[in-house]
Design a protein around this ligand. Structure first.
Ligand SMILES: Nc1ncnc2c1ncn2[C@@H]1O[C@H](COP(=O)(O)OP(=O)(O)OP(=O)(O)O)[C@@H](O)[C@H]1O
Length: 671
């Protein structure tokens, strides 16, 4: 693993650097142009083992409890892990071990106190933590079930900027070491123990100088546990890798250089296992831990960092407070890491490949994402806003008891005979099938049965009363029903679309009918006209139909909500599986995750938009009156707003169901 760090030196500092370079075992040159400009990870391991790899001083950390009150998890927490040693952190469940590890890898920040890893504060630019300095194995397996073992190792190898050959070499080694199944086996098909070993291999893939392992031996058989410890010992001794491990198998920690016993958020004691056994006069470490915890219940044994009592063989030759905090860069004038742009682009490539692989492995989801938008447009086009195929309407015509009209719809003179028939003929000319019923009761029954949408009733002598009303402005004499000159309509109003369709048609046909009547009777056309005229529209058209409106709204909603759903779901899966946290510890930034999501969602959103547009325009006859490119660009912007909305939702949610509810909530507001 070469080429993770660049160190360069100013000429004034060369002498002091030469001294430090010698510590690293690298031979200095006299000419500064010959000085090595790139240092490998192993430099971090070999450099000055006298300085602490990890040190926490007076650490305090609390979480917000359910009642909103802070729950203290770490208090007066003091811990020192020397470089090149195996440090086992022991403690009962809930004592705060994982929290302490998360503080070290920069996932959590201390509320108070100092934490330094290789002399730098995790999370700062200089620290490279989160980043490639640490290999972190979280408690949960934090793997993608749909990935193969090889893909899992390659994904993290790529995040750590390893080359393809480095990844394949290292994968082969780790697969053999950890006795993993064939590299093309899917993680989801492995047993729990095998998955933990893959997770362990992922933490080791870039051969980091600091290994932070949260219960790596859980679910691993004793033989393999032995070989894991053997390998850790080899790493610590030969490569000076610092190993920090938590475990509930207390006896296995005999092989470590230092044991830290934790209880109620603080370290009770930090000593070599042999020193502990000797001091507490016990044969087993479990008994030591029990004794320690028991004494802590009765008396505060205090934070013990009394390392002078520790076993002399361990690596903490010069552990003054000053040295614990001595940054590694103090040994070099300047630490240059790979260019940020290059690292970011490598991360983004890895993330895009990861999501693309997940999409391909979940082909049904991909197909659904691609096909659903245009199928939705098609379904909406076929079901909403269409004119009825065979519109039929009932007629109860008491007008001179004419049930069968055989009059021509045109007015030849100002006659008062068969006006209802003239109106009905005009309706038929407009495509309405009229069904005559003998009485209102029968017509009502037929509407109730769903055979017609409604019926219209013409009163007895409608024609003559209508004629006198128009000619002389007189109501029919001796008629009880003052509204005999009117057409009475009753409809099934449960469908807004159908109601609108029939109402608009009947009014338009009536206007034609009334205008022709006035012309035939030589009346002033303006008399009795509706005193309002709707002028030409500012936007849209006079005959804009509901279908056009609903289809455009459907496209916009589709290109907003689908990217939102997919981005938020991938984000939440990644969060819940622990893979996102793991990638962040490996140095991936939140903006890189977001950017990669835009990159992967972009072709999918474009496909969704293009297919929805084509279906709308060429199959559903939607008219785009402005620029199609502008419409397309607006949809793309809406799509990206959807992806961003997905991130926002996923940030506040921890479960898919919460995402679903949030998206549905937003959808209902939009509707
Ligand atoms: N994100 C969180 N929010 C609120 N409380 C938390 C959170 N993470 C951990 N805790 C609480 O902090 C305490 C310490 O948890 P932690 O996981 O650090 O313990 P642990 O020693 O690693 O336990 P175990 O051995 O079971 O893994 C527990 O009481 C836990 O419930």
């Amino acid at each position: 693993m070469a080429g993770f760090v660049n160190f360069s030196f100013s000429s004034e500092e060369i002498n002091s650097h030469h001294r430090n370079i010698e510590i690293l075992g690298i031979h200095p040159h006299n000419d500064d142009t010959d000085l090595p400009s790139r240092y490998s990870m192993s430099d971090y391991k070999t450099a000055a083992t006298t300085y602490a790899a990890v040190s926490i001083r007076n650490g305090e950390k609390s979480y917000r409890g359910k009642d909103g009150q802070p729950v203290i998890v770490l208090k007066d927490f003091n811990m020192t892990v020397s470089r090149g040693c195996i440090y086992s952190l022991l403690g009962s469940s809930g004592s705060g071990k994982t929290t302490a590890l998360k503080v070290m890898v920069g996932v959590h920040r201390l509320d108070q106190g100092d934490v330094k890893v290789f002399g730098e504060i995790p999370g700062t630019k200089e620290s490279r933590i989160p980043g490639s300095l640490a290999g972190y194995m979280p408690q949960e397996t934090a793997l993608y079930d749909d990935f193969t073992i090889q893909e899992m190792l390659s994904y993290f190898g790529k995040i750590y900027s390893m080359s393809a050959s480095e990844i394949s070499e290292r994968s082969e080694f780790l697969i053999n070491l950890l006795k993993l199944p064939e590299p093309n086996r899917k993680v989801g098909s492995l047993s729990g123990g095998q998955q933990r070993r893959v997770s362990f291999a992922v933490a080791l893939v870039h051969n980091p100088p600091l290994l932070i392992l949260d219960e790596p031996t859980v679910g691993v058989d004793p033989t393999l546990r032995l070989s894991i410890w053997k390998y850790l010992r080899q790493l610590a001794t030969e490569s000076k890798t610092t190993v920090l491990i938590t475990t509930h198998y207390i006896e296995e920690t005999r092989q470590s250089d230092m044991i830290g016993v934790m209880r109620n958020g603080k370290i009770l004691v930090e000593k070599h296992p042999d020193v502990l056994l000797e001091q507490y006069n016990q044969e087993f470490l479990e008994d030591v831990v029990l004794t320690l915890c028991h004494s802590d219940d009765y008396a505060d044994v205090g934070v013990s960092n009394t390392r002078e009592e520790s076993f002399p063989a361990i690596l903490h030759a010069d552990e003054t407070e000053e040295n614990h905090n001595m940054p590694i860069k103090a040994q070099f004038s300047e630490v240059k890491t790979a260019s940020r742009f290059k690292t970011a682009s490598t991360h983004i490539q890895a993330l895009v490949m990861k999501t693309a692989t997940l999409y391909l492995r979940n082909f049904v989801f991909l197909l659904f994402s691609l096909m659903f938008p245009f199928s939705q447009v098609l379904v909406v086009a076929l079901t909403i806003g269409n004119k009825p195929d065979d519109p039929s309407f009932g007629v109860v015509n008491y007008d001179s008891m004419q049930s069968n009209c055989s009059f021509a719809p045109k007015f030849e003179n100002c006659s008062s005979v068969g006006l209802s028939c003239k109106y009905l003929s005009k309706l038929e000319q407009n495509g309405i099938t009229l069904i005559n019923y003998p009485s209102e009761e029968v017509a009502y029954e037929e509407v109730a049965r769903g055979n017609v949408w409604g019926y219209m009733k013409f009163s007895k002598n409608f024609s003559s009363y209508y004629h006198s009303m128009q000619e002389y402005n007189l109501f029919g004499e001796g008629v009880d029903d003052k509204f005999s000159h009117m057409i009475h309509v009753k409809m099934d109003m449960s469908s807004r679309m159908m109601t609108q369709f029939y109402q608009q048609l009947m009014i338009r046909v009536y206007e034609e009918f009334a205008s022709e009547f006035k012309e035939a009777c030589d009346h002033n056309k303006g008399v009795g006209e509706f005193p309002m005229k709707i002028a030409d529209p500012i936007f849209g058209s006079n005959d804009a139909d509901f279908r056009q409106f609903i289809l455009i709204s459907t496209i916009v909603m589709t290109v907003y909500f689908f990217p939102m759903i997919s981005s938020s779901f991938w984000f939440i899966f990644d969060k819940r599986w622990g893979t996102q946290g793991r990638a962040i510890v490996a140095g991936v930034k939140t903006w890189e995750i977001m950017f990669s999501s835009y990159v992967i969602e972009c072709p999918i959103t474009i496909f969704q938009i293009v297919s929805s547009f084509l279906v709308s325009v060429y199959i559903c006859d939607v008219r785009i009156s402005g620029s199609i490119f502008l419409a397309f660009a607006l949809c793309i912007i809406v799509g990206f707003c959807g992806v961003s909305g997905g991130f926002l939702i996923a940030t506040f949610c921890s479960e898919e169901i919460q995402v679903g509810i949030a998206v549905m909530g937003e959808l209902s507001f939009t509707i």
